[in-house]
Write a protein that binds this ligand. Structure first.
Ligand code: CAO
Length: 426
């Protein structure tokens, strides 16, 4: 025997007007018991209206945007009594809907705030028009997601499903981490054209990658920069003598080659500088090889070719290798392998100028040596001022690995070797 069952709006507690947010059935559809047939919403609550029988929808009496009240007819379902399971007497075929309390906007969960700054975490009015069921809305609210920001869902007719909310969060987290490093608030966008003419230039790939890497290091490493000067008067005299004796076309020696040698000698004395922290921060990996990265300025941005086994190379060999690699770098011909395996990096701005700066560690290395322009200065020797060529040095280190005293001693060692480069032979 078949019976016609009426699905009506149940008692939702003295509410005169209930909005029909969504109608999920149409005449001819086969519905199952408890299947959601419509989504209704009041000022305070949102509910999925379940079917009180299984059978074929004969007629639907509402459409999206309608206003209904308790007892309004939603649809009729033709049910076979033998086969159908009827949840309530036909007269009151209005099984209690799942009511989801519409609370005040969910407070921002801390985890979402940290990892996904770009997500609007407050419930906005526009979210009410999003095509999602109350349970999905509730789920989204719990994650601090404004469902209206999910443009289309993967459900029927673009309906937003739980998986769509999850995917949205994953995407925003990934973007947030890349863009801002650790979920810190991003810099607001400004329309500069309001203030005058502007031109948009795309960042080079090197600049974009360097930027991401530097932000990552900046956010992960507690860094300290220690400044010192080395007296390179004698070293400079030796270097000039070397260069004067060079034949035309032979590579000139710059101070950088001696600085690299002095740095490696100091690293041999202080092995913690030739190390990396394990990813979990629990162990120090000490390296037995001495590869030094040299920051090279190129038209497309900063690159760091690595000079290998510097401890076994002569100053002339280093000069040739730096010339070759910096040329390759400027022509954009360095291979990834040329830039891997560094133990410490030198960033020398001495050819340009400067008094001091704070270089950023090229992690997972634990320290970087910055160099700026050497200058003749009056230096007090205990009896009188003498003109000395002083080279400013800046040592930035990862304070989780290197403590202040060790940093100062390491710098003193570099100073010592540069003060008299014959000490490098000892
Ligand atoms: N004090 C005084 N003079 C210096 C000096 C210093 N600290 N360092 C270099 N000079 C002089 C050199 O002796 C050379 O003089 P001459 O022309 O009279 O021979 C001149 O400056 C140019 O040197 P250079 O920079 O070409 O050579 P270098 O060996 O010192 O450096 C390289 C090579 C590849 C490191 C450099 O060319 C370079 O690219 N530096 C930029 C690195 C950089 O951008 N760092 C910033 C990183 S943080 O954003």
């Amino acid at each position: 025997m078949t019976v016609l069952i009426e699905i009506k709006v149940p008692d939702v507690g003295n509410v005169a007007e209930i909005d029909v947010v969504e109608v999920l059935i149409q005449a001819g559809d086969v519905v199952a018991l408890e299947q959601t047939v419509a989504v209704l919403e009041t000022d305070k609550a949102s509910m999925e209206l379940p079917s009180s029988a299984s059978g074929t929808v004969q007629q639907v009496y509402i459409k999206q945007g309608d206003k209904v009240s308790e007892g309004s007819l939603i649809a009729t379902v033709l049910a076979n009594v033998d086969a159908a399971v009827i949840a309530a007497p036909v007269e009151q075929a209005v099984a209690a809907p799942v009511v989801v309390e519409e609370k005040a906007p969910t407070p921002v969960p801390a985890v979402v705030k940290i990892s996904a700054p770009a997500v609007a975490v407050t419930q906005t009015d526009s979210s009410k028009t999003a095509h999602a069921s109350p349970s999905v809305r509730l789920f989204a609210r719990e994650l601090g997601v404004d469902v209206s920001r999910i443009k289309t869902g993967s459900g029927r007719k673009g309906r937003i499903l739980k998986d769509d909310v999850k995917n949205f969060v994953k995407k925003v987290m990934a973007e947030g981490i890349v863009a801002t490093g650790a979920g810190i608030p991003s810099i607001p966008a400004v329309d500069f054209s309001v203030f005058g003419d502007t031109e948009i230039q795309k960042l080079s790939k090197i600049k974009r990658l360097t930027g991401q890497n530097l932000s990552r290091v900046w956010l992960n490493l507690p860094m300290v920069t220690y400044h010192e000067e080395a007296d390179i008067t004698e070293m400079e005299a030796f270097r000039n003598a070397l260069n004067t004796n060079k034949a035309k076309g032979e590579l000139k020696i710059t101070g950088l080659m001696f600085i690299i040698k002095a740095l490696v000698a100091a690293m041999q004395q202080f092995p913690n500088f030739n190390a990396s922290l394990s990813a979990d921060g629990e162990q120090l990996i000490l390296k037995k090889y001495f590869n030094i990265g040299v920051a090279v300025d190129t038209p497309k941005g900063l690159v760091v070719p690595v000079l290998r086994d510097v401890n076994n190379k002569t100053v002339n060999e280093l000069a040739a290798e730096i010339a070759e690699k910096s040329e390759k770098a400027r022509q954009g011909k360095l291979l990834p392998a040329d830039m891997q395996g560094g133990c410490m990096t030198i960033s020398s701005l001495g050819g340009i100028g400067g008094m001091a700066f704070t270089p950023i560690v090229n992690a997972p290395e634990v320290a970087i040596l910055g160099v700026t322009r050497a200058k003749m200065q009056p230096v007090w020797d205990g009896k009188e001022f003498k003109p000395r060529l002083m080279l400013p040095l800046d040592l930035t280190y990862d304070h989780r690995v290197i403590d202040g005293a060790e940093g100062a001693k390491f710098m003193a060692a570099i100073q010592y070797y540069l003060g008299d480069i014959r000490r490098l032979l000892l």
